[in-house]
Design a protein around this ligand. Structure first.
Ligand code: PLP
Length: 370
């Protein structure tokens, strides 16, 4: 039996008529940029997460850049990002001219925690970007009320892996000054190409981001500022609007799959499971990440049994070659380093069958008994 890491073909087959209809409609109208569909999706997503404003853009990296740029980040500033995240979180900081600084993460949640900011008590630090890694909410209310040195800085939330995750009934996207999502095809809500969005309750920030992503336009021929072209296109918006209707159900299936993995893999020596989600928090399991000292052998064992896995991420961000010139010592990020050697992402996707999941569970159990 083969178990892919994700099965987008199966997902799109299941809603093929709706998607075909949405794309047909776009072609019939042939307004591919700045028509009505992007706005329609922005409103639908704002309703979904209970936000005042959602601004569609080209991808999740653009979204982070637009947020940082319109908050005024510039050369000389610093922004705290987690040591274990996808590189986009840091790239967007560098795109503004500011410098990403890397904080180690919590050993249990793999997320940034407010106390990890204590070492960044510097006036240059203007913002912090907790990432809701693997779909687990980072403690944004904790950051908000953190009385430490970073209390006054901008709080951004990178929710690229956390569409629909919430704390006390509120979507994580509205718990930061501004949040970003990616609609990369493999995310919990994925387009048929690149797309992303910024989310905020701040109208003037939203207006600035909406204008900046569209050449700094105030009107067709008036440019208040020199902006960029980071627009979402109409076909992606139309498809996303269709897929958004299915997101709550898909997230619910991910939670059920995660609960089933946790039940069947619990209590096994040498195997660490994802953390218990705190009361009031809702995770969306973009990834189901286990930890073991024999990670590479387990990955190979699973691969021989037709099971695809991933590692998110195999190299802590500060230790990537692109940051070699900063000479960051691995001892500054002990948790990220340890995790990078032990983590393994098992397949989890809404179309996964019970049989496929059983095959993964049996293969993991047989490896650890072996
Ligand atoms: C996917 C992802 C991004 C970037 O999204 P793109 O749409 O690929 O640019 C940013 N941050 C995290 C944590 C991600 O997983």
């Amino acid at each position: 039996m083969n178990v892919p890491f994700i099965d987008l073909g199966k997902q799109h087959e299941s809603i093929r008529r709706e998607i075909d209809g949405a794309i047909d409609d776009c072609i019939r109208h042939s307004a591919f940029i700045q028509g009505t569909r992007v706005e329609g999706f922005e409103e639908a997503y704002a309703t979904y997460c209970g936000a005042r404003r959602v601004i569609g853009c080209g991808n999740g990296t653009d979204a982070l850049f637009l947020a940082l740029k319109c908050l005024g980040l510039q050369a000389g500033d610093r922004v705290v990002v987690p040591a274990n995240t996808f590189i986009a979180t840091a790239e967007a900081v560098s795109m503004t001219g500011a410098q990403p600084v890397f904080a180690d993460v919590d050993p249990v949640t793999a997320n940034l925690v407010p106390r990890s900011l204590l070492e960044w008590d510097q006036p240059e630090v203007k913002a912090v970007i907790p990432v809701h890694l693997y779909g687990l909410p980072a403690d944004l209310p904790g950051f908000r009320s953190f009385q430490g040195p970073l209390g006054r800085r901008w709080l951004l939330g990178d929710a690229a892996q956390a569409h629909g995750a919430s704390i006390d009934g509120r979507d994580v996207a509205i718990l930061a000054d501004v949040s970003t999502v990616s609609f990369f095809p493999g995310k919990n809500l994925g387009a048929l190409g690149d797309a992303g969005a910024v989310i905020t309750n701040d109208d003037s920030l939203a207006d600035a981001m909406a204008s900046f992503r569209n050449h700094g336009r105030k009107s067709k021929y008036t440019h208040d500022v020199e902006g960029v072209n980071m627009r979402m296109d109409e076909i992606q918006a139309a498809v996303l609007r269709v897929k958004l209707r299915h997101l709550p159900r898909w997230n619910e299936i991910r939670r059920q799959l995660a609960a089933r993995y946790a039940k069947k893999l619990s209590g096994i020596p040498g195997l660490t499971l994802p953390p218990t989600v705190p009361a009031g928090h809702v995770a969306v399991y973009h990834l189901f990440v286990i930890e073991t000292d024999q990670r590479d052998d387990l990955a190979q064992w699973l691969s021989q049994r037709g099971i695809a896995t991933g590692i998110h991420y195999p190299v802590p961000l500060p230790l990537q070659p692109c940051y070699a010139h900063r000479h960051l010592n691995p001892s500054l990020f002990p948790v990220a380093v340890e995790k990078s050697r032990r983590i393994l992402s098992l397949p989890i996707f809404p179309e996964m069958t019970r049989g496929q999941q059983d095959h993964v569970v049996e293969a993991v159990l047989s490896f650890l008994a072996h």
